[in-house]
Every structure is written in structure tokens, then in C-alpha cells.
Design a protein around this ligand. Structure first.
Ligand code: ADP
Ligand code: MG
Length: 691
């Protein structure tokens, strides 16, 4: 239940003065549906209205003058403006008003009236003028004109100053709330109280006040981080209270590991060890295994599944596409079957008697590992004793889907695997409710992919080389990004590319795109994997994990449009075989300095975690689109880069709070509940589950 003290903030924006049916949708688009959301709008700049004199006027500047009305040139048509000529002791200027309300202006500002005007000065063919002054008031009202005015984001039909008016109004509704932060921490950071911080947010005095590093913005960001971290800590604590089967460890996983034709990297050993510690703990595991494509996550999961199978229980390994499921099956079925563990592959393709046979194996418990797609969580798929679910490319499944799989067993242990490396600083904000294993090392013996950037005007050269390579049996991916707002025109661009490539390279050029039915897409992908196509053009990042060892060339068009992490993942699709691989990043010149630096990082390193960290630095956390897609919360005040030092503190703070006061019943606990309500970060809401 939401505390009553917050009701004014949780009222709809229409409860604000001046917000009627016309304005409400605009304000909602800009801020959100609630008074709270208007209160949370943030000025992006300030305008100074320092008093000046006309002779010092500067074209394009916002200025304030005290003037006397000399004459009016009234217009009664909307087409021509009314001009009010004014002067001070240093010169003359015109105030210009469009719209046919000249007589009204005449009444309000008669000749000889003294006025303080403030607005943007322009030097036009008519001399100095100010079109629609922001303020025009009698000198005794001059105090109403703010010296420094915050400028808010605006939208068509809702200019910044209207927005500011609503913010001021929303601010008057903000109650005093009990302090939820630790007083010692507040003192140390010299953070203002919550309401003061908001006041300061909306009354910036200079540029420094707009910085995310200002004390009031850091305070608000810390509030938001703590609310979020608390919710995740609560969730983690709740999961720890869920009893789950203790898996009795044997040595099967170890024997399978020993039988592999390679040695585990230290990072793989560590990840397997962490998983096993979870499995024997008697609490439900929810662990994320993060590592680049090819870092060996799947084989780690395979050993863990063998341990679970040895203990008599079942496992499900779910992949987002049929191709990936098939590849996983091929990777793990051999080693597992060699030790007598029954493995099946279950996809949408299975029908009739063959499918019935597989389902029987799962229902009786004869099959210990089921690899598959969404087909795994269909209603008639029944497990005898499912105790572990492994979810590959976890972000590609919805929460509901993962839950349907987990619902097939009781208190199912979950391993989620992700090939999107997250910078360590952000791990807590994205996965604070999970335990995380990072596989930062790659298996030895991989040759790095030779990466170079080339401007688009060298396209012909790139295509010519591609033709030679294809003639020699090489295979290539060619990625066309989503650039325009319209997916259709992007698709058209990709289709044009296919036609152009076919002219040079021949018929072996295929296309996959986001709008294609899954089965068709799978068929084209399979043709490529089987070597029937030499070039695969793709509009979007389909099939991140797909393994085509023979593909050695990756061409990415308009590479400057992609996030670094995405580029890195795309590049990870080549360089999996023994042959040398190449990646060409095509760009539209000129490149901005940052874009140049970003592409440079890719040329210099192959370490996904390092790339993610540098990407965050270069983007300054601003345009973190790629991160948001992979699950970064949509924070209001937190700038994940500028506030990175606060993330870890909030994580520790939250853990400590939950350890001491798990149900938030102390005085501070109650205040913290208000904080959580304020940000809507309640224990369950909006949070992902690993599985
Ligand atoms: P991921 O799931 O992280 O993409 P996989 O587990 O599928 O990676 O491994 C990718 C490939 O590398 C597989 O062919 C696998 O057999 C191989 N591999 C995994 N670990 C090692 C290792 N330590 N040394 C050599 N090859 C490995
Ligand atoms: Mg994989």
C-alpha cells in the first residue's frame, strides 16, 4: 500500500493547474502520467537575465532592459505584427508581437509606460528588436523575472516556459518526507535533504548546478540507486529463503571435463566451481554466466548438468532459436551420452511419434538433459524431476517464458548465460539480484580477427575482395544496420545490397531480416551454415550465437551506428575456425572523434569486457542504448557513468540494510519503504528473474 503522504505526487498530471485535456497528453509524453514525473523533469540549461542597456545589446542573446514605451504601430491583422517602439537612456529598439491583438497590447502598454522587458534580442533589417518578449512587466514587478531561469525539455505545443510553470506547480505538491538515508553518509557526502535537493534541481544558479556531479543531483541519483538496489537485495534474500534440492555431488562432471579434448581455462574452472557451490547449498540457484561468445560457457553448463543428472535429476537447456539449440545439442550430446546420460533435442520441428517418444523419455526420467527451443515449455512437456534450467542468451526470453520453463519443476535451479559483456561497474545495476560468474578468458589458440575500418567510398574494393574470397571458398556475413525510423526502408536498403552483391558475387548471396517468419529465417541460416550460401546479408543482429566455423569475413555497414558491444558481438561470429578471419567496419565519413576512437578500440582489443568498459567511458553513459537493450534500467536521475562510484556504495548499503532489517520495519526501514514507493522499485516490480 502506498503511504498517504505520497498521494499528491501520485495524482495524474491533470490535477496540476492549467493542465487540461489539450495539454495533458503533451505533458504526459514529456514527463509521464503523474505529478511526480513532472517534478522529476530536469532542466538541461539555464538562461541568465542580467539587466543591461540597449546600447549593449547582443544579437541572439537573452537580455533584460528597463525601457519606456515611445510609440505603437498597431496591427489588426494576423499577417502583420504589432510593433512597440521603446527606448532607454542609451538607445531604441522594437518589441514585435504577431497575432491580431494589437489593441489589447495598447491598453496594457500605453505610450510613456515604463516596462522591464526580457527576451532574446535580434539585430534585423528593422534594427534591434525582440520578438515576443518572455517577460514585459512594470518595474515594481521586475522581481518576478527570474535572474537565472532553468530551461526544461519541451515538445511541440508545449514551450519550455510552460513546462517550467508546471514543474513549479508540481514542486509545491512535494511533501516533506522522512529521511531514508543514513545521516553519517549524508554528512560525509554533504548531501542536502530530499526536498532541498529537488528545490536545487529546479533552481540552478549556474552550469555547475546542472552537472550530474552536483551534490543535489548526486543525492537524487543515490536515492534512486538505493531504491533499486534494495529491491534487488530483497529479491535475492527471498530467493535464498526458498529451499531447493541439494544436489549430491559425484565426480561425473569432472570425468566429463577430463574427457574433453582440451583443458578448461581457469575462468571456466572457477565458474563451474561457483555453480557447484550453489547446487549443494540447499538454496535455489540463480546464477548468470557472462562471457564472450566462444568463451566456453556451454561446456561449463554441460558439466554442471552432468552433475545434476548423476544425482538423478533432470536438466533443460533452452536456446532462443532452433539453430542454436541444434548447435548446443551437437556440442553436448556426445560427451554426455558417452557417460550414459540420455540427451534429446526438442524443437518446434518435432511431431508425431518421434515427439511422443521424446516426451515419454522426459516423463519417465530416462532422459536427463533436454535441449530445445520454446518447444520445451509447451504444456504437454512434462518432466519427471526437473531441477536445473540453463537459459542461453537469457535476454532473448521474456520473464513469462522463463517462468513457464521453471514451473515444470519445483524450485528449479537456474543458470542464465549471456554473451553480452557488462562492464563491472554496471553489473550491480543490471544483475544485482543474481549471482554472477564472469568468464573473462578465452580458450587459448584463437587467432584474433583482423579488424579494419574503411570509408563507404571504398565499398567496391571491399566487394571485389569479398568476391575473391568467396571464390576461394570463404563465407561472409554482411550486416546492414537499422538506421531509419522505418524498418521498411531499411529492408529495402538491405535488398538493394543483396542485388548489388549478387551482380558481383553470384547467386550465393542470401538475406535474413527481422520481418521474416522464423522458419524461413532458420532455413536461410541453415543454408549458410551448410555452405550453400557464401554471403549472408542480415538487417538486424539475428542469431547472435550462431556458429559457422567456416565463416571468416564479417562486413558491417555503417558501423558507426552500432554500439561497441554490438559490433564486438557481431565480430565474434567469425574467427571461430582455424582459418584467419577479418572484419571490415564500413563507415560514412566523416567520423566524429568519438566514433573514430570507438572503432579504434575494436581494432586494438578482442576482450569483450574491456570493450564494454571503454564503450561506457566514451559514451559517458549518455547514449547507452545497447546497454538498455540488454537490461539496464531506465533511470531518472542516475547517470551510470557519472554516478558509477555510487553504484557500489548503494549495493553495499542495501545488503547491510536487508541483513539488519529484512522486513524494513525499523524507523529507517519505514522511510525506505516510502523511498521504494516513490521510485516504484518494490521488491518484485519490474525485476527480471535470471531464469
Ligand atoms: P560459449 O557457449 O561461451 O559460446 P562454448 O562452450 O560453446 O562457448 O565453446 C565454444 C567452442 O570452444 C566449443 O567448440 C567448445 O568445445 C570450445 N571450447 C570450450 N572451452 C574450451 C577450452 N577451454 N579450450 C579449447 N576449446 C574450448
Ligand atoms: Mg553460446
Amino acid at each position: 500500500m502506498r503511504p498517504e503522504i505520497l498521494f499528491p505526487l501520485f495524482s495524474p498530471v491533470t490535477s496540476l493547474k492549467g493542465v487540461g485535456p489539450r495539454v495533458a497528453p503533451l505533458l504526459e509524453r514529456l514527463a509521464g502520467p503523474l505529478v511526480r514525473d513532472v517534478l522529476w523533469l530536469q532542466p538541461h540549461s539555464v538562461v541568465r537575465r542580467t539587466p543591461s542597456v540597449i546600447s549593449a545589446a547582443l544579437d541572439g542573446e537573452v537580455m533584460t532592459f528597463e525601457v519606456v514605451v515611445e510609440s505603437l504601430q498597431i496591427s489588426r491583422s494576423a499577417a502583420r505584427p504589432t510593433r512597440i517602439r521603446v527606448f532607454d537612456q542609451t538607445g531604441f529598439m522594437s518589441l514585435v508581437f504577431f497575432g491580431a491583438y494589437g489593441s489589447q497590447l495598447e491598453q496594457r502598454h500605453p505610450v510613456n509606460a515604463r516596462r522591464v522587458v526580457s527576451g532574446k534580442v535580434e539585430l534585423s533589417q528593422y534594427g534591434l528588436q525582440m520578438v515576443h518578449p518572455d517577460y514585459m512587466v512594470a518595474p515594481e514587478k521586475a522581481g518576478d523575472i527570474p535572474q537565472v531561469e532553468p530551461i526544461y525539455p519541451a515538445t511541440e505545443g508545449l514551450p519550455p516556459r510552460r513546462v517550467r510553470g508546471f514543474v513549479v506547480e508540481a514542486q509545491s505538491r512535494a511533501p516533506e518526507l522522512p529521511e531514508w538515508q543514513d545521516p553519517a553518509w549524508l554528512a560525509r557526502e554533504q548531501f542536502p535533504a530530499w526536498r532541498e535537493a529537488l528545490e536545487r534541481l529546479h533552481a540552478p544558479q549556474n552550469e555547475a548546478d546542472l552537472s550530474p556531479l552536483s551534490r543535489h543531483r548526486r543525492r537524487l541519483a543515490y536515492d534512486e540507486l538505493l531504491a533499486h538496489q534494495l529491491a534487488m537485495a530483497q529479491r535475492k534474500a527471498a530467493r535464498r529463503r526458498e529451499p531447493a534440492a541439494r544436489i549430491v555431488m559425484g565426480d561425473l562432471g569432472d570425468r566429463i571435463r577430463a574427457g574433453l579434448p582440451f583443458r578448461f581455462t581457469a575462468a571456466q574452472d572457477r565458474a563451474l566451481h561457483e555453480i557447484r557451490s550453489d547446487l549443494i547449498a540447499g538454496e535455489r540457484m540463480s546464477r548468470l554466466v557472462q562471457g564472450d561468445v566462444g568463451s566456453g560457457k556451454t561446456v561449463v553448463a554441460m558439466c554442471a548438468m552432468a552433475d545434476v543428472a548423476r544425482a538423478g535429476a533432470q536438466n533443460a537447456l533452452m536456446a532462443p532459436t532452433e539453430i542454436l539449440a541444434r548447435q548446443h545439442f551437437e556440442t553436448i550430446s556426445g560427451p554426455l551420452a558417452a557417460h550414459g546420460i540420455g540427451v534429446i533435442l526438442l524443437t518446434g520441428r518435432d511431431r508425431g511419434a518421434a515427439r511422443a517418444e521424446k516426451l515419454r523419455g522426459l516423463a519417465t526420467g530416462a532422459i536427463k538433459v533436454a535441449v530445445g527451443t520454446h518447444a520445451l515449455f509447451q504444456d504437454d512437456v512434462v518432466f519427471q524431476n526437473l531441477q536445473m534450467a540453463v537459459i542461453d542468451e537469457q535476454h532473448r526470453f521474456g520473464v513469462a517464458e522463463r517462468q513457464r520453463l521453471q514451473a515444470k519443476g519445483e524450485s528449479v535451479h537456474v543458470i542464465a548465460m549471456s554473451a553480452t559483456p557488462i562492464p563491472r561497474t554496471l553489473e550491480l545495476t543490471m544483475y544485482g539480484d543474481l549471482d554472477v560468474s564472469r568468464i573473462e578468458e578465452k580458450p587459448p589458440g584463437r587467432t584474433p580477427v583482423a579488424t579494419r575500418a574503411a570509408p563507404m567510398n571504398r565499398l567496391d574494393e571491399v566487394v571485389a575482395r569479398l568476391k575473391d574470397a568467396a571464390a576461394g571458398g570463404a563465407q561472409a556475413f554482411w550486416i546492414c544496420p537499422l538506421v531509419s525510423e522505418s524498418e521498411l526502408s531499411d529492408l529495402a536498403a538491405a535488398e538493394m545490397r543483396v542485388i548489388a552483391l549478387r551482380e558481383v558475387i553470384g547467386a550465393g548471396v542470401g538475406l535474413v531480416h527481422g520481418k521474416m517468419p522464423a522458419a524461413e529465417k532458420d532455413a536461410v541460416m541453415a543454408d549458410f551454415a551448410d555452405g550453400k550460401l557464401s554471403v549472408l546479408v542480415a538487417t538486424t543482429v539475428v542469431e547472435v550465437g550462431v556458429n559457422v566455423p567456416n565463416a571468416t569475413i564479417m562486413v558491417i555497414e555503417q558501423a558507426e551506428r552500432f554500439g561497441l558491444a554490438q559490433l564486438h558481438q557481431l565480430r565474434g561470429r567469425v574467427g571461430r575456425g582455424v582459418r584467419e578471419s577479418a572484419c571490415v567496419l564500413l563507415y560514412d565519413p566523416p567520423l566524429s572523434e568519438t566514433a573514430q576512437q570507438r572503432l579504434d578500440i575494436l581494432r586494438r582489443t578482442d576482450d569483450g569486457f574491456l570493450i564494454a568498459e571503454r564503450d561506457l567511458e566514451l559514451r559517458g553513459g549518455g547514449d547507452a542504448l545497447g546497454l538498455r537493450q540488454s537490461g539496464l534500467p531506465d533511470y531518472v536521475f542516475v547517470d551510470v557513468f557519472a554516478h558509477r562510484d555510487l553504484i557500489a556504495v548503494a549495493g553495499d548499503d542495501a545488503r547491510l540494510i536487508i541483513a539488519r532489517d529484512p522486513d524494513l520495519t525499523s524507523q529507517r526501514g519505514l522511510a525506505l519503504r516510502t523511498l521504494q514507493e516513490l521510485f516504484d522499485w518494490k521488491a518484485g516490480a519490474g525485476l527480471r528473474d535470471a531464469g
